[in-house]
Design a protein around this ligand. Sequence first.
Ligand code: GUN
Length: 281
Amino acid sequence: MYTVIDGKKLAAEMRAEIKLSAEAFKKRVGREVGLAVVLAGENPASQVYVRNKIKACEETGIKSYAYYLPESVSQNQLEELIKELAEDNNIDGILVQLPLPTHIDAKRALELIPTCKDVDGFSAENAGKLSQNSDCLVACTPNGVMKALERYKVPVKGKKAVVLGRSDIVGKPMAMLLLNADATVTICHSKTQNLKEECLKADILVAAIGKAKFVTADMVKDGATVIDVGINRDENGKLCGDVDFENVKDKCSYITPVPGGIGPMTITMLMYNTVIAASRR
Ligand code: GUN
């Protein structure tokens, strides 16, 4: 029998806790925790994400400062805004929604976010600290995965974890967090040989590759925990993950659904990071 990890419920519980922390901050410091959300252009998925992030701020008692820039925004205009937000004492976290318009050098713009306000955990300093197992702001999706594993008491220490995907945003920090939690970690990617055999060794399999229903039942060991980070559309346009949930679930001890699994946890971890950033500043 498998257990479905209910990310929606977990996220609601965590948001209630975060709200208490945000209220305590306001009492102590005399102002609200503040998150700046910057969206450039009109990418429909980004618009949905940003809307949900602002909604989550309202739910957790965090003041959001939204900046909507046109697709045509110049590198200079974006950089000037980030510099302004970096200096603003009411802003504890700066979130620049990705992807940015193609004419923008995203790396150069993001480097202007001070490490202490980098609530996405994307900066070289935060990523480097994570790899050294030091205190830092951790990328939200992998951090949400770890919270889900913790809350469901999934054993990690000494277990074999396989991460599918090596992105800077999910795959790499995910592998680091699992390693820091004493798992034996393998990172697989598009050039990996014998991918199925690698996956079959996993006690914990994290799929973060962005391919609909890529992980099939023949790739999963009996009793494995399968975490699905993907958000894709299937052939009928229906939301689905990187895992073929219906066929994989019976092999698992724990599995996350899409939607309702890691997705709600990601935005919750952004709120969590923002309150941490506020308390540390
Ligand atoms: N675009 C897709 N995922 C993310 C994320 O976690 N943070 C930001 N800033 N942009 C994204």
